[in-house]
Ligand binder design. Structure first.
Ligand code: AMP
Ligand code: ZN
Length: 481
């Protein structure tokens, strides 16, 4: 396929840049992971679908990929800008459980969603609480020149690094209005490196440090874990667009302080050369908020009969830098498109014959790969894939192309079957075996031209929430309503 160069949008420069690795032949990528105080919502999972496609494309390009995703089990406060309570501490108190149990439960739930969405496991998961000694050492390396101690902890003085907030393109003082003031902070944007436990209190998670007993700040965690595992500078740091405003500028400030004594504004000293951000999945009904009772979790989609890969396809139908609006209709359309693809692949498999030499050149995979190498343009690449599957000639060649192409998209197109895609909604009143048995009786009745019985069976099924779909172009005989 094409040898077009890989171009990626760097939020730091706000430009498309050709990818040149720090270490020849390698790609080292760090993705901000979940804060495991609750189930991830499907918007969170969009961030990992994006990072997964990036990793797949890098590997496809021949780079040896080292991908790290962290698990934040301490330090992320209810407000990103260092105000409020620790999210895990708060949830553990509400649920009357230990933080460790809360973290384990939601880490497992997150990983289950990762698997369901065919997101490949990273080379390494890093868990924040495993890196506390390294965090203390990192903080010590920058404390004298860049930090100051106040009652609530050790704070980073953002005026000590050049160009603070360049990533956000924001005025340093802009955040002031929405940040809860902390007594003694020098600049509104200064942030906690180490949060001291207030006198007379004990936190479930706390460690001794030169600045008193307490816990690390959230921004420090990512600087430390990325630098420890990937080495500064590494290639690409990813996260959702919200992180472009506070979390990543703060990581960059710490990395600059840690990496060098001068030349603070050199991009290399930001820790990563390229910073990439996925835009948000938005939902007008407000069901994305984790505090809204029933919120949009992947399991909710599955309970309603949607295969998780339909959600993956929905993500890929939008460019990662565009906002994507969630709707059940949109999800339904994505499922239908996935069904069509799967059916086309099944038919190609039926027609494929290894003994036939096809000897054709199909340009579509090449065009599609070109789109992916152009800042991961998945929607346009999918268009090429659809065009290729619209005709089922040259099955051997096309199947091979689907396989290669899908190694970047991760829709599992060579293995998924129509049966896999039919998921029983939680509320369904009838089992698949019962439906199949009823339909078999109905076929028999129709063969005997006994339309009265055939219609009665259809009505019975309708009453149980099954729509019989005679003549469906997708050959989908029934669906649950
Ligand atoms: P958190 O667990 O809150 O740290 O978030 C995990 C990841 O999801 C981060 O990269 C966030 O930037 C990202 N994220 C949060 N909300 C959304 C959303 N609605 N759409 C896409 N990404 C999101
Ligand atoms: Zn992070």
């Amino acid at each position: 396929m094409t040898d077009a160069p890989l171009r990626l949008y760097n939020s730091l420069t706000r430009q498309l840049e050709e990818f040149h690795p720090v270490h020849p032949g390698e790609a080292r990528v760090y993705t901000c992971g979940p804060t495991v105080y609750n189930y991830p919502h499907i918007g969170n999972m969009r961030a990992y679908v994006f990072a997964d496609v990036l990793g797949r494309v890098l590997e496809w390009k021949g780079y040896k990929l080292t991908h790290v995703i962290n698990i934040t089990d301490v330090g992320h406060l209810t407000d990103d800008a260092d105000a409020g309570e620790d999210k895990l501490e708060k949830m553990a108190a509400q649920q009357r459980q230990s933080i460790w149990d809360v973290a384990r439960h939601y880490t497992d739930a997150f990983k289950a969603d990762v698997r369901a969405l065919n997101i490949r496991e990273p080379s390494q998961w890093t868990v924040a609480t495993d890196y506390v000694p390294q965090m203390i050492a990192f903080a010590q390396s920058i404390a004298d020149k860049h930090c100051y101690l106040i009652d609530s902890g050790l704070y980073f003085d953002v005026s000590t690094v050049a160009d603070y907030g360049r990533l956000a393109r924001a005025n340093t003082d802009e955040g002031e209005g929405r940040i809860e003031p902390v007594a003694g902070k020098r600049n509104a944007a200064d942030f906690a490196i180490w949060r001291r436990t207030p006198p007379g209190e004990t936190r479930q998670m706390e460690w001794d440090s030169p600045w008193g007993r307490g816990a690390p700040g959230w921004h420090l965690e990512c600087s430390v874990m990325s630098g420890e595992v990937l080495g500064f500078p590494f290639d690409i740091h990813t996260g959702g667009i919200d992180h472009r405003e506070i979390h990543h500028p703060n990581e960059i400030a710490q990395n600059q302080a840690h990496c060098c004594t001068d030349g603070l504004d050199v991009a290399e000293n930001s820790g990563a050369r390229i910073w990439m951000h996925n835009n948000f999945l938005v939902d007008r009904t407000g069901k994305m908020s984790k505090s809204s009772g029933e919120f949009l979790r992947l399991q909710l989609l599955i309970d309603r009969g949607y295969h998780p890969l339909a959600y993956r396809l929905m993500c890929l139908q939008a460019h990662y830098r565009s906002e994507l609006e969630f709707s059940w209709e949109g999800l339904h359309a994505a499922l239908t498109r996935l069904k069509r693809m799967v059916m086309a692949v099944e038919r190609l498999k039926d027609k494929a014959d290894p003994n036939v030499l096809e000897n054709v050149q199909i340009v579509i995979p090449d065009q599609a790969a070109r789109e992916l190498f152009n800042d991961l343009n998945t929607p346009r690449a999918l268009g090429h894939l659809d065009a290729m599957l619209a005709k089922l000639d040259h099955p051997n060649t096309k199947l091979e192309a689907v396989g290669k192409f899908d190694s970047m998209l991760g829709l599992d197109l060579l293995n998924l079957t129509r049966a896999d895609l039919r998921i029983r909604p939680e509320a369904a009143q009838i089992t698949e075996a019962e439906i199949e048995a009823a339909l078999a009786r109905r076929r028999e009745a129709r063969a005997k031209k006994d339309f009265a019985t055939s219609d009665a069976i259809r009505d019975e099924l309708t009453a149980k929430g099954v729509e019989v779909m005679d003549g469906d172009p997708l050959a989908w005989e029934w669906k649950l309503t």
